[in-house]
Design a protein around this ligand. Sequence first.
Ligand code: UGA
Length: 313
Amino acid sequence: MKAFVTGAAGFVGSHLCEYLIERGLKVVGIDSFMDYYSRAVKEANIAALKKNQNFRFIGKSLLDVDLAKLLDGVDVVFHQAAQAGVRASWGNNFKIYSDNNILATQMLLEACRESPVKNFVYASSSSVYGDTKDLPTKESSLPCPVSPYGVSKLAAEHLCSLYCKNFGTPTVSLRYFTVYGPRQRPDMAFHRFFRWALEDKPLEIYGDGKQSRDFTHVKDIVEANWLAFRKAAPGEVFNIGGGSRVTLNEVIEIIEEIVGRELKIRYRGVQKGDVRHTMADMTKAEGKLGYRPKVSLENGLRTEYEWIKNSAK
Ligand code: UGA
């Protein structure tokens, strides 16, 4: 079995490559090292992988390679690559989002038409729902993104459905709910909070801290990808959440317990593009994939703290 993983040097992609190799697959990983955050962080994510003979790495953009050639002999595609970041997706930046999230997905789907790929798992996002009032949110809830990033992820998800309907490309979309854990991107909340705690700086919270998220540990996300590959029917869309919804203020209390002291907080303005609440209804993922998140928020936060402490050394 051979897998093609896009965004292989990123947060989720690198964990996924390791998981697939542990299960005996050969993996071709591609990553363009976009400069949204440091290349050194991404190089560190794949340092161990690069030593594995079942892993082949291509340091290029999906926009600049011969995809048909790369897909030769590939059984399954895990499309994790994207320009990430909800709050950074306004203004001139949008071209980066439309090129890397929409156009790159369309090119990959086109290339799959000529290849024998048996499964195509697309990393979608809870941001497609925007400020929905349906909580917990079912997959059938009307998507209505509130950030340009969410628009780009939804557009790519629609492309996946279109290619499935028209050309039989076996796409499955997983709507990830705020992923955290070791290797979390440096712009994301928990990564920043732990770093600030270690540097004894105040934690900056956008808004009143009463916004809530269904935070999902990266281990559960990787498992969901595997289940989607093994069990999902083509054309399906699934919510993949962590199983509990908490406010940022509640998270801070857990972080204080983990670091063993009270933390200084500085409240800042609400950021445009941020949704207020997310919560996944996972009836469908549980029923059709057997997906059930295993990592509790407290245990998961500890894994991220350990990683940040070690990488700061
Ligand atoms: C995350 C990812 O960054 C997106 O790529 C992904 O698509 C999205 O989840 C999703 O689930 O669809 P977000 O929920 O904004 O987006 O994740 P964080 O960056 O961890 O932010 C969580 C909350 O903490 C937000 O309300 C944010 O405003 C807040 N935050 C973030 C702060 O209060 N301070 C910070 O310094 C950073």
